[in-house]
Design a protein around this ligand. Structure first.
Ligand code: NAP
Length: 333
């Protein structure tokens, strides 16, 4: 298929979460023409959460989708362009200018910032996959409403699982958290919130072997394995929420960007967001398996924009790629 070739931008930003939006804000304030390819989930993971209470500047908290809407508006105010629902199919970083191909267009630009984030992990059961959207969910905020007065299960022992379980008690009559170990991984405050909630029960040292149900009737039960005894039992439930962490969205970069064992993009230079390819920068959850917070993603988006802007200026690419001479020196730090 012949794709429209787009060469109007100096920087292609892949991803529209806090990292991508902040990079777009900083670049556009530095007079760099940037386009944000938003992906299939515009605004990223925060658009599927409810209250964000730990983003500075919002003492009463703010809804995740609202926060992302504000970040996007702020970047747009300075000229950043956003393109929704155009997933990146592949990239060519072996050529310069770089090429980023979506299902509709071929974007060509001298610099790229990868801020494509991470996605929810699956347990990996065929029955889990078969019942996705039919009682199996990865997002309590998206689907919790469908489980009003039902008994449901959350799998996982981290902050996400505690957050999802606590949130789901707004709808469900009972939430059972199933965790594969004896100790929870979640932070103390999140644990305490879930442990003190009378609607939440915990089953430890247990995994889900199979999800039972049909597309017509949804989930009806789970086959649970007690890891201490190896005993498998049926556990009646009407829904399964999987909250076991995330996988970085790096499939298009395999073989071009250096990735670690878990698939996160490696940043070879300390204090720099440049990847193994000069002119390609990375920020946010796609490089970060440790902090994974909106505020750290936003911070690294800022760093990537500054690194990218300085690189473009140093290469004198801004002059050749559509900016009036002299304007490229306008840097906001
Ligand atoms: P996480 O911390 O990696 O925890 C994942 C949990 O799922 C762990 O308990 C893990 O068990 C379990 N697990 C992983 N694979 C599994 C499998 N195949 N089967 C069964 N269980 C499995 O991930 P997260 O909870 O998504 O949190 C990620 C980061 O985001 C953390 O830094 C967290 O603090 C942060 N976060 C913060 C908030 C907040 O502050 N509001 C909310 C959500 C997340 P093990 O413990 O045995 O490894």
């Amino acid at each position: 298929m012949e794709r429209e070739r787009v060469t109007d931008y100096q920087v292609i930003i892949i991803g529209s979460g806090p990292a991508g939006c902040t990079a777009a804000l900083y670049l556009s304030r530095a007079n760099i023409k940037a386009i944000v390819l938003e992906g299939l989930q515009p605004g990223g993971q925060l658009t599927i959460t409810t209250d964000v209470e730990n983003y500075p500047g919002f003492p009463e908290g703010i809804l995740g989708p609202k926060l992302m809407d504000l970040m996007r508006q702020q970047a747009e105010r300075f000229g950043a362009v956003f393109r929704a629902l155009e997933p990146v199919e592949n990239v060519n970083f072996r050529t310069h200018p770089f090429e980023v191909q979506t299902d509709q267009r071929l974007y060509v630009a001298p610099a790229v910032i990868v801020a494509s984030g991470a996605s929810a992990k699956q347990i990996g059961l065929p029955s889990e996959q078969a019942l996705q959207g039919f009682g199996v969910s990865y997002c309590a905020t998206c689907d919790g409403f469908f489980f009003k007065n039902k008994e449901i299960v959350v799998v996982g022992g981290g902050d996400s699982a505690m957050e999802e379980a606590t949130f789901l008690t707004k709808f469900a009559s009972k939430v059972t958290v199933i965790h594969r170990r004896e100790e929870l991984r979640a932070s103390k405050i999140m644990q305490e919130r879930a442990l003190s909630n009378s609607k939440i029960e915990f089953v430890f040292n247990t995994t889900v072997d199979e999800v039972i149900g049909t597309k017509e009737n949804g989930v009806t039960s789970l086959k649970l394995r007690n890891l201490n005894t190896n005993e498998v039992t049926d556990f009646a439930t009407q829904g399964l929420f999987v909250a076991i962490g995330h996988t970085p969205n790096t499939a298009p970069y395999v073989g071009q960007l250096e990735l670690d064992q878990a698939g996160y993009i490696c940043l070879p230079h300390r204090h720099s967001t440049v990847t193994n390819i000069q002119g390609v920068f990375a920020c946010g959850d796609v490089v970060d398996h440790i902090y994974r917070q909106a505020i750290t993603a936003a911070g690294s988006g800022c760093q990537a924009a500054l690194d990218c802007e300085r690189w473009l200026t140093h290469q004198r690419i801004t002059e050749r790629w559509g900016l009036a001479q002299g304007e490229e020196e306008r840097v906001d730090t």
